[in-house]
Every structure is written in C-alpha cells, then in structure tokens.
Design a protein around this ligand. Structure first.
Ligand SMILES: [Zn+2]
Length: 269
C-alpha cells in the first residue's frame, strides 16, 4: 500500500539538494507533465542543478518536488483528470497537494492587510507578513455535489460548462455561513426549482481545479417541478438506470455516485 506524507511547511529546495529519483510535479492549466506514462524524476532533467521547486512531501519515502512548468521538456502533457483516474490514493493525494500548494503560493505573494511581500513559514504551511505578522494559510473551496433520487430515477442536468451532450449531478460552491446540507438544498432549488429532503453524506474528493474539495451527497425529491435555471443549467430531468444520457468520464466523484446509482447502491446510504 502506497503512502504519501505531506511536508509540514512550505519549503523551497534546489535540484542538487535532493535525490535524483525524486518525483517531479509540473502543471500547465489542467494538465500535468508525464514521462513514459509515469511522473518524471528529477534525474530526467539535464539541468537538474538549476531547478528550484516546492518540497511537497514524500511518496513511499521518495521526495516530491513541485516545479514551474518546464516548457523545454514537453515529454508528455496529459489531462490531470485522466491521470488521477489511473493512480492510487496516495499518488492522487500527492498530485492534488502539489497542484493546490503551487496555486496557493503563486497567489500569496503579498500581504492582503498591508501589501508587504510575504515570506514562508519555517514551521507550518503558511506565508507570513514580516511587517504586520499576518499569516496566510492555503484555502480550500468546498463544493457540494448531489444525487437527487425520485422513485427509481436520478436527477441529471446539462450545465453550460460541461462537454456538449454530457449530463451530470447538481453541484455548486458552499457559501459563507452555510452548512453543507443548506448548500445542497439551496443549489438544487436555485438551479432546478425543486425541494429535497433526507440529505445524506456520501464521500468526498479533492478537486484541484484549482483548489476545491467536492463533497458528495444523496438526497430525496420532496416537491416541485424541475425547471432548469437557464443560466447554468440548460436541461435537467429524471433518468432511470436503463435510459441514461452521456455521463461524465470516470475519475470524478460525480461518475462514482452515478455508477453507484446504476448498481442500485445509493438507496442504502
Ligand atoms: Zn502585512
């Protein structure tokens, strides 16, 4: 069983300070740099001494380094979503942490209170203002995603942001001051005009696009007629397991929940 141990602090290292077999994580948008179907190793880079990156942690004892995308070494650039689907939980943890930490550091260069350039904390994963002492930690944006069940059917919708023809579950970000259950009920009401009841937790998935945590739920239909909001959702409706539209790719929690619906496992949650 593979294991990832995250670094407790935000630590920059150079390529000559860590082992050549260290894993390298480099992202460009929603893609990740790979080599021969695997994560690249530091020794793959002929200029390794000049590389500087963020020490993310250790995957099975091997150091993990997040670096800016090296445009000179385009061995393979693969969609991160597809890569995540093929790896075990420890490697996915390492990738998600690497992507989110690098996103966070790139956007936490100056103090939001006084404008001074921030420095890394040596003791925890934080950026500190040397002028006013303010501390900035990585922020995670929680989002809820819900399977709404009605008799033997599930509510699926096409969102304008989805690939053409793909239908999935209702999802949205949690707002300040809300409980997760309130966010579930609000999102479904806002986007489809229906009321739900018996909201139960399913499971979660880190979603580093760029810093979300997807929290899955199952709920039962209560009342109202499905009316897509016309803003985010173009189409929405009830589907039974034997007449499903085109679904999202494997690898997302949405697809996992829908697959559990198809296998009739959601009723027991
Ligand atoms: Zn400050």
């Amino acid at each position: 069983m593979s294991q990832f141990t995250p670094s407790p602090a935000s630590l920059l290292v150079t390529g000559n300070e860590i082992a050549g077999h260290s894993y390298i994580f480099a992202f460009r948008g929603r893609d990740i740099l790979m080599k021969d179907g695997n994560l690249p190793r530091l020794a793959d880079f002929p200029n390794r001494e000049t590389l500087t990156g963020l020490h993310i942690g250790e995957l099975d004892g091997i150091p993990c380094l997040g670096i800016p995308f090296p445009e000179a070494f385009l061995w393979e650039v693969q969609p991160l979503r597809a890569v995540i689907h093929t790896l075990d939980d420890a490697a996915v943890f390492a990738i998600c942490r690497a992507k989110e930490m690098m996103f966070w550091r790139n956007r936490r260069k100056f103090c939001g209170a006084c404008g001074t350039a921030l420095k890394d904390s040596e003791t925890d994963m934080a950026r500190i203002c040397p002028e006013c002492g303010e501390r900035f930690y990585p922020q995670i944006a929680p989002a809820v995603i819900t399977a709404v069940l009605k008799d033997d059917k599930i509510l699926l919708a096409h969102n304008r942001n989805f690939t053409s023809g793909v239908f999935s579950l209702i999802a949205g970000f949690v707002e300040s001051g809300e409980s997760l259950e309130q966010a579930v009920a609000r999102e479904i009401m806002e986007e489809t005009s229906i009321k739900v009841k018996n909201i139960r937790y399913y499971s979660s998935q880190p979603w580093p696009f760029p810093n979300s945590l997807m929290l899955g739920f199952v709920a039962e239909y209560d009342s109202g007629d499905v009316k897509p909001d016309g803003v985010e959702l173009e189409t929405a409706g009830w589907y039974s397991a034997d007449e499903l539209p085109q679904l999202p790719d494997h690898g997302s929690i949405a697809r996992k929940i829908i697959d559990d619906f198809i296998a009739n496992r959601l009723r027991t949650i």
